[in-house]
Design a protein around this ligand. Structure first.
Ligand code: ZN
Length: 287
């Protein structure tokens, strides 16, 4: 890779003047994106200041690439924190264009999400061998989707709601069925009647669509740099894998497919393969 900013480049005369001009224009040309709301808790997003650099530093957490946003005047690592993370110190690895990799630590504060205890008929929570096998296949497919990383930066880090409606079923809700803890709720539920259009909350590319045992008809979007989003329980899907969508493009309609009790949209947002609270990406803070 050749770059005029690499070590060893010694610009003189006109070249130096051009370089100086280019640098003076860079901040204006490459405006920094508005960042999501920071909430350094399990299931939240940490914003870590990486300082100025001509070339965006690369960052990773547990070997998974992390979204870095900004401009030469200042870069920020936008890190998703797993719901199952323990509060305390977490570390990202930062690789700048020059110099060795650095470890940058940040604090994760504790959070107590609401708990929902339900007593349900055993048949409702224990899957048949056939359903279990199907779910296992789907889990492997999801793992592939989740590993998507595209080099193009997201157009925006602030999203519009994918569907209007009451936002119920809070992110992080701890569900306990028959005294057995289940996976916490990894998204935002928005109540809306079947058939209500679901739109892309930000520009992206359709990674995958499918019909899943739990999630029903599902669409996955890639917004760039590991920022992904998922839409579940759709009554119909209006896009195909590989398609590019703009903010506001219809991708499907609200439904009640999969394991649900009524029509609603389940919306998940992922950063560095980690489910994070979609409310942090909404301009109105999700309220
Ligand atoms: Zn949900």
């Amino acid at each position: 890779m050749s770059s005029p900013f690499r070590k060893g480049a010694r610009p003189h005369g006109v070249a130096a003047a051009v370089l100086a001009l280019a640098l003076s224009l860079l901040p204006a040309l490459a405006g920094a994106l508005e960042l999501p709301r920071a909430r350094s808790v399990p299931g939240g997003v940490a914003l870590i200041d990486l300082g100025p650099a001509l070339v965006a530093p690369q960052a990773s957490v547990d070997g998974v690439p992390v979204l870095v946003s900004g401009r030469p005047g200042g870069w920020t690592a936008v890190v998703g924190i797993p719901l199952e993370a323990a509060p305390g110190e977490r570390v990202i690895e930062v690789q700048r264009e020059e110099g060795p990799a650095a470890r940058v630590s940040f604090a994760v504060a504790p959070v107590r999400y609401a708990e929902q205890r339900l007593q349900v008929a055993p048949g409702k929570v224990d899957l048949s061998a056939q359903d279990l096998a199907r779910h296992e296949r789907e889990r492997m497919r999801s793992a592939e989707v989740i590993a998507t990383w595209s080099a193009a930066a997201p157009e925006t880090l602030r999203m519009r709601p994918p569907v209007p409606g009451r936002r119920s079923g809070s992110f992080g809700l701890r569900r306990v069925f028959n005294d057995q803890p289940r996976k916490p709720h990894g998204g935002m539920d928005i109540a809306a009647p079947t058939g209500t259009p679901v739109v892309a909350p930000a520009a992206g590319r359709v990674i995958d669509t499918g019909d899943y045992f739990f999630n029903g008809h599902t669409v996955w979007l890639d917004h760039g740099n590991g920022l992904l989003s998922m839409y579940c329980h759709l009554s119909r899907i209006d896009v195909k894998a590989g398609e590019l969508v703009a903010t506001g493009t219809r991708i499907g309609a609200v439904g009640a497919t999969g394991r649900v009790t009524g029509p609603h949209l389940h919306w998940s947002v992922m950063l560095n393969r980690t489910l994070v609270d979609p409310a942090l990406f909404l301009a109105d803070g999700g309220r």
